[in-house]
Design a protein around this ligand. Sequence first.
Ligand SMILES: Nc1ncnc2c1ncn2[C@@H]1O[C@H](COP(=O)(O)OP(=O)(O)OP(=O)(O)O)[C@@H](O)[C@H]1O
Length: 566
Amino acid sequence: METFQLLSRGGVKFDKNRFKDDVRLFTVPRHLPNIKQKATKRPSKAKELPAELDFFKYARGGAPAKRKADASGHAHDEKRRKVDDEEESDAESSSDPPPPRHRVTAKGSNVPSPADSFGALKERYHLSSHILSNLSSNGFKHPTGIQSHGIPILLEGRDLAAISPTGTGKTLAYVLPLLHALRAPTPGGARAVILAPTKELAHQIHNECLRMAHGRKWRVVLFSKATAASLKDKNARDKVDVIVSTPLRLVAALQSGTLDLNNVRHLVLDEADRMLDAEFLTQVQEIVAACTHPEVQKAVFSATLPAGAEKIAMGMLRDPIRIVVGLKHVFILSLLDTPLPLIAQTLTYVSDESSKLPTLLQYLSQPYNPPVVIFVSSQPRATSLAEELIINSIPNVDCLHAGLTKKEREDAVARMRRGESWVMVSTEVMARGMDFKGVREVINYDFPTSVQSYIHRIGRTGRAGREGKAVTYFTNDDAPFLKSIANVILQSGSTVPEWILKLPKASKMKRKAMGKVQRGEFVDKARTIGRGDAIRKRDMIAGSKRRKEKAERGGRQEKGEGMEDE
Ligand SMILES: Nc1ncnc2c1ncn2[C@@H]1O[C@H](COP(=O)(O)OP(=O)(O)OP(=O)(O)O)[C@@H](O)[C@H]1O
């Protein structure tokens, strides 16, 4: 666009005649064909969103170019396919480096074709106009990669194991087909169950279901102590369509005989690798066994699915399709299939525990981008770090961990959603699935306990196509585990100091020990005062500051200064 046109669109009036010499300076000379050519060769780009608004430029789905499908949308004979489904880019014609290519790998028999738009889903599967209108009123215009591939698979009633990076819209990828399959509300008990590892995540998924179910009479229940009590009544239970829950709560109701899952046709495990780890596995197996309907469809979703968890998951699924969303250049190198290209990641050496707090305070004394999420390794450390930050006058500090009461946890999440928390100190409880769109930075104050934990923690930023930043502190004690994280950083496109890459590979035993570095309960060993003291101290500091300012104002008035401000 011509410079002066641009200015006039912003309301600026400019007399071109009067300033014709200046205008000439800004006019592109006609004898520079290259510049002209470039400007005209990219008409489609001009119509597109600016890069900073083009969310999902990496995760957006699309129909594969190389595949032929029959009218029913099925691949003819492929057992396994690999698809480059990033839309055609004009980058080759420019000097810009080509954008990262988005890759989806699907494995399984008779894989349905992806749908490159929500409209295509309507045409192929008669998706209800209610759901479509809810998509549009929530601003969801195009399916993401996992949605364009995963939704058709689920709509065709197939079992699915889906691996897609954090923040790429996995929730909608299972909520949408599930609601479509429910059709009209029917009595007889829950027909769908969604399991998540934390109350906070279950709550968030419940909200997403409600958003998509808006205008319909489906009863979507967030399973809690209170709902479990009200569902003891069979009449109430019969009216439920969807249950969203943590495993523990549901198992308690199953064991007490106040709930059965015989009518369930759809079972989803979100954060599947966590759900299938030692802590949850028995409960999850109990729930799976309670879903006795012969046609129950099962799906597992996660950003990470290590081999052990995948094996268990595949054992639970029937003739499953496995899809993996990742970036092409990363994918080839990656053992993890979980690139995080939108997050600028760095490692910061802090020598020992006592150096971490000063490093963080120094960081927060410079301009930073709130909200920031800070991860520590235990509940007492989360409380302790939040106290330290408050004492040091860092504004709007909050804390969230499983040791808080239900109300405290809910309030902390609500403050975060309202944008009132600038610095949120948390434990692994917030590492998975929590979607606070605005999070700009993640700081791993304590080194993550595993590669998966690293990926999920930093995935709280860089969501829905936005960019983010992640900083990880490491001490001498963390050094043996550094290389595993450095590899993820490297594969995601960020840089890592050469010396870290030259470190010897940690043995399997060492890697297992990764989460076991001993850390004290207080982030500042010297300090033993409690939270109440911290808050009192903060208020005292603020009070004394106010008094000092007032006294100074009074003094100036006496001297006759600053009258114009009064
Ligand atoms: N098609 C879409 N278009 C625009 N935004 C979308 C779309 N689908 C989902 N989103 C938004 O993207 C964000 C991330 O989605 P979601 O929480 O489902 O990610 P996820 O892949 O489950 O992440 P995690 O692995 O961390 O759980 C949400 O804010 C969601 O509303």
